[in-house]
Design a protein around this ligand. Sequence first.
Ligand code: GNR
Ligand code: NI
Length: 174
Amino acid sequence: MAVLPIVEVPDPRLRAVSTPVEAVDDDVRRLVADMTDTMYAAHGIGLAAIQVGVEKRVVVIDLQAEEDAEGKPVRVPQAYINPEIVSVSDELSVYNEGCLSIPEQYAEVERPARCRVRWLDTGGARHEEELDGLLATCMQHEIDHCDGILFIDHVSRLKREMLLRKLAKQRKAG
Ligand code: GNR
Ligand code: NI
């Protein structure tokens, strides 16, 4: 169990294009476990490896949409290794996105409502599935991270600059 520090803007590592995983081995499985611990500790619903400084195309997601009898979110962590978008819907959807690398800043981002995605699991098995709803949005956000793209790149320059200014101000205020 390891909670890793999260890389935040304007760290240039967030602009790196991550490298595909060549073999799903114990090192990759340890990375997935550490990323999962880090995602939960940070109260996120997804995390890409570059956000913990590892330039590999590895993503973890858990929307934590279901609650148990005590109202606690049920954890169903999923790992996506070398995730690739195969196709996207013409239909778009808008979601108020946030990012653990741009703390406490949110903006509405328009993306394809559905996407067909291919990936490897932690056993190295291939999967392909059509995703929709928040999972489709989150997966596109995470694959963007693997390509050095942040959600603020999808909004107007004015909105982006406002957001980064607000973040700087909040950091200064502690
Ligand atoms: O925790 C997160 N919430 C979120 C909300 C809307 C769209 C995407 C996300 S992902 C984000 C965690 C994160 O920064 N992943 O890269
Ligand atoms: Ni993010």
